[in-house]
Design a protein around this ligand. Structure first.
Ligand code: CO
Length: 136
């Protein structure tokens, strides 16, 4: 029996904080063989994107010492910064979070990279994992 089409959340991208894009691009492109996807800067970060199936790996380099990525690197060093899930209905998902008492970074969706509506959940509510939600 064919399985029904998959709906619901999927991983849109994984954001990885690095000190230098230049020093890390070749691992993903040349060694792992992921195709590079041009992405615009967002949230104070320069971004190098790579396609991994339907998901992206995004290397995030701080644009300035005040940017959130710089603060993350100071505190925790390079590593996974956030996981972004694409959900069917961002407003409804945020409302479910709110009802469940999950602390939000963004009370209402804002415009993030590539003009998409996004919202971050607070990592204190999600076992230390910074979760971004988007719609596609
Ligand atoms: Co992101």
């Amino acid at each position: 029996m064919p399985s029904p089409p998959r709906r619901g959340a999927r991983i849109s991208h994984i954001g990885i904080a690095v000190r230098s894009l230049d020093e890390n691009v070749s691992f993903y492109s040349e060694i792992l063989g992921l195709a590079q996807v041009p992405l615009e800067d967002a949230d104070g970060a320069r971004i190098a994107g790579f396609a991994a199936g339907d998901s992206l790996v995004e290397l995030l380099e701080a644009e300035s010492p005040e940017s959130p990525i710089a603060k993350f690197l100071d505190k925790r060093g390079p590593g996974i910064h956030h996981i972004c899930f694409a959900v069917d209905n961002l407003d409804a998902t945020l409302e479910r979070c709110r009802s469940a008492g999950i602390r939000l970074v963004d009370e209402t969706p804002r415009i993030g990279a590539e003009g998409k509506r996004i919202a971050f959940l607070h990592p204190s509510a999600t076992k230390g994992v910074l979760i971004e939600l988007t719609e596609d």
